[in-house]
Every structure is written in structure tokens, then in C-alpha cells.
Design a protein around this ligand. Structure first.
Ligand SMILES: [Zn+2]
Length: 437
């Protein structure tokens, strides 16, 4: 039986008005999946533990239209009324649940997963020449599992994927089990730290596993054997990068270490996931030209993955910080210092159209270069105002206080006010005006 679409569902984030459901919060997802690479066929169950925030009889999960649902149960009861339409799985319970009630949902589903078309191009599950990647930002997660897809609803994850044994499966968290039976291998990952759905990833490929030594945080890699030589050169300074960021931003936020995946295909841009960064073969060519990006993605583990925006309009809190981390790495590793890079980028930014509001760039400009550059310049201006000692103390304070949390811009400016009460004009100029200061 079909559930009628709600006329005007409440909006969590006006940049992605169709994503998420404010009626409940998820604490844990358990995905138990089988994937066949050759024919792109995914099937399995998602077990989702949640708590209702309001009295609830009808609610939604985000799930791509390329996947179909065969069975839903909630709190052990089979649900008769559910329907999939327009990227939403709508579920109607036989009776109401009170606010604060526990909700254990089991969704059996499957199909041929496809990327989701978005304002920002194709996102989510994507077939590679021989394997898979998931690039979830910002709304790609429902391309492969049902979820409450907004960054403020963080949960723990257990991801279990069975596939042909010739492939290596990388997902978020610690690899807790790997069992091979006949030609199939089951990989089980456990991600205990609260994680936004867009940062959950699945990487499948014919990859060799590499463990990097001499580092305070365990660093691993998965890459095609043919790129091993280039990788040893291009990614060699990751341990030093990790040490620098731990020194400047505070402890690495995850217990399971850090993994870099290099795909056998080229990728337009690298991307971050919880505990993982994904690069293309083109970023690993033996020239070390992508080192700036390696620093950028690593910095997202603090800014973006651990301290995550509640709404996408505040994305400068991810990209401005990660971009500034590139400059900090350059400064530490013998390249141009942050001041020099800031001057260069300031000049370039002034030559571009001055119609972007950093604190609310609009969905179309969320990933505009100017968000990155202007965000980093804002931090550089703040550093100049506070001095190095206070500036880095603020960054550590920010990363510690909001570790695994969800934030808005006011949280940052509010915290910074404790370091100086003279910052209003700086925020006005950099965050809340379009003219480049
Ligand atoms: Zn980034």
C-alpha cells in the first residue's frame, strides 16, 4: 500500500531541502551488503537504530530511486505501508510512536546503484573501470544505503560487504573481520566515532595494502600495485604532515588511523571521507605535484569530518580550514610561507567577481574556489589579529570542544570572541560582506 507524499515536509537545510528527516536521530547504522562488481548488483539489509524526536507515525529515509526496497520492519514489526519515490523511502507505522521512543528499522533493499545527479555533478556510488568508489559529499550517501542524510545527524557505523575475493574492500573505521569462503570475501569494518552519512564510503578495487611506518597515528594505503613506486615518493611526507597537524590542531580524531586510497582510474578531484582520503591515479604520478591536496584532505579529518557543519551554508568551516592547512604545510615543509601564499591568493581573489558571501554562498557556489580561498584568507587575517600563540590555541580549542560534533559559523566566532573582543569588524569584512577586504 502506498503512502501519500507529505505536502510540505519540514526542511532541515535549505541548500538541500529534500534531504533528511527532522523527526528522529540515528545512533547506529549496520549495513550488511553483497556486491557483485562485474554486474553492478548490490543487495542486503540496513539496520538503523534511532530515537524519535517528536511523536511520529510517518517518516522518511533518503534512498536513491535506483534501489528498490523489498521489506521494512520497525521494532520487530513488519511495516505494510512503505513506498519509494523521488529519492525518499516513506514509512508509515500502524500506530504512533511517542517522542523519545527507540526505533530499530530494518530495510531490505537492492538494485544497480548509480550516482545521484546533483547541482554539483554526479555524487555517491560510482563504478570504476574495475571497482567502485563512493564520493558522498554532499548528498551521495542515499545512492547506496537508506539514511537520514544531513550532516548534523552523526552515527556509528558497521559496514559489512561481501564481494569477489580478488578485490580489496575499504570502508570507514577499523577492519575487524575478513573471511574468505569459496570465491567470496566478507569484509567487516567498525566505525565507532559519530560520523555524518556523506563521509561514509565504500572503495572496491584490485588494491595492494601498504602500511606506512614512523608515524604517531597509523597510516595505511590501498592502491594498484603498478603505482607503488610513484606512491612511495608522492605520499612520503604524510607522517610529517600528520605530526604537524597533531601539533597545530590537537589529537587526530579517530582511533582507527588514516587510510589513503589511490584508484586505478584518474579522478577530477580527491575527496575526503571519515578516516579515509581518496585520490586518483593522476594524483600519484611521481611528481609530488599533489602534495598540497594530500595536506588538504588530511586536514579535513579535523575540520569537516570531526567538526562538521550543521548546515551546508557554513561550508567555509570545512574548506577554508583545509585550504589554510595547505598553506601551513607549505610553510613547514620549506615552501612559500602562509603570508606569501595569502598575498598571492588575495590578489587573485580581488580579480574575481565580488558577489560571494562567505557565510552563505548559496548552494550553487558551495564548492566555488572562492569559498576555499576566502575562507583561508579569513583565517590568515584572524591569525594576524590574534598572533600565532592565540590563533593556534583557538584552532585546538575549536577542534577539541566540537570533536565529533556539528557546528555553525556563530559557534566559531563566539569561541574566537574569548580570544579577542575586537573581531567584529574582521567577521563583517570577511564573512558577511561580498567585497574582498
Ligand atoms: Zn576540501
Amino acid at each position: 500500500m502506498k503512502v501519500p507524499a507529505e505536502k510540505c515536509a519540514p526542511v532541515i537545510d535549505d541548500y538541500l531541502p529534500r534531504s533528511g528527516d527532522p523527526g528522529y536521530r540515528v545512533s547506529r547504522y549496520e549495513l550488511d551488503l553483497e556486491y557483485r562488481v562485474a554486474i553492478n548488483r548490490l543487495s542486503g539489509t540496513a539496520t538503523i537504530t534511532a530515537v524519535t524526536l517528536v511523536e511520529l507515525q510517518q517518516f522518511t529515509l533518503d534512498l536513491s530511486a535506483s534501489l528498490s526496497v523489498s521489506k521494512v520492519s520497525v521494532n520487530g514489526q513488519r511495516v505494510a505501508q512503505f513506498s519509494c519515490r523521488g529519492g525518499k523511502l516513506r514509512i508509515r507505522l500502524a500506530s504512533k510512536l511517542a517522542a523519545g521512543a527507540a526505533m530499530a528499522m530494518v530495510v531490505r533493499y537492492g538494485g544497480a546503484p548509480q550516482p545521484i545527479r546533483s547541482l554539483w555533478g554526479d555524487v555517491g556510488f560510482e563504478e570504476l573501470t574495475d571497482g567502485v568508489l563512493v564520493a558522498g559529499q554532499p548528498n551521495g550517501a542515499p545512492s547506496w544505503f537508506p539514511c537520514n542524510d544531513h550532516p548534523g545527524d552523526k552515527a556509528a557505523f558497521r559496514i559489512q560487504v561481501s564481494t569477489e575475493s580478488r578485490y580489496r574492500v575499504v570502508a570507514n573505521g577499523k577492519l575487524v573481520a575478513r573471511r574468505t569462503r569459496a570465491s567470496q570475501t566478507v569484509w567487516t569494518y567498525e566505525q565507532p566515532e559519530p560520523t555524518s552519512t556523506y563521509l561514509i564510503t565504500l572503495q572496491i578495487g584490485v588494491y595492494e595494502a601498504v602500511r606506512l611506518a614512523r608515524t604517531p597515528v597509523p597510516i595505511q594505503a590501498a592502491l594498484p600495485a603498478r603505482l607503488r613506486g610513484e606512491f612511495e615518493h608522492d605520499f612520503a611526507r604524510q607522517p610529517e604532515m600528520m605530526s604537524l597537524f597533531v601539533e597545530l590542531f590537537g589529537p587526530y580524531p579517530l582511533g582507527s588511523g588514516y587510510t589513503v586510497v589511490v584508484t586505478d582510474d584518474d579522478l577530477d578531484i580527491p575527496l575526503e571521507a571519515q578516516g579515509i582520503s581518496i585520490f586518483g591515479a593522476n594524483h600519484c604520478d611521481g611528481s609530488r605535484a599533489a602534495e598540497r591536496l594530500i595536506a588538504h584532505e588530511l586536514a579535513h579529518q579535523w575540520f569537516g569530518n570531526s567538526v562538521t557543519v550543521r548546515r551546508w551554508r557554513d561550508i567555509w568551516l570545512h574548506e577554508g580550514f583545509a585550504c589554510y592547512a595547505e598553506w601551513l604545510w607549505s610553510e613547514r615543509s620549506g615552501g612559500p610561507d602562509a603570508d606569501e601564499l595569502a598575498r598571492l591568493h588575495h590578489e587573485q581573489l580581488r580579480a574575481k567577481p565580488q558577489d560571494l558571501l562567505l557565510a552563505d554562498p548559496g548552494p550553487r557556489h558551495m564548492f566555488d574556489d572562492r569559498v576555499y580561498t576566502r575562507g583561508a584568507l579569513t583565517l590568515h587575517a584572524l591569525r594576524g589579529r590574534l598572533g600565532d600563540a592565540n590563533f593556534f590555541a583557538l584552532l585546538r580549542d575549536w577542534a577539541t570542544r566540537h570533536r565529533h560534533g556539528a557546528v555553525v559559523t556563530d559557534d566559531f566566532t563566539g569561541l574566537a570572541a574569548g580570544y579577542s573582543d575586537q573581531l567584529r569588524p574582521l567577521w563583517e569584512a570577511w564573512l558577511y560582506s561580498t567585497t574582498v577586504p
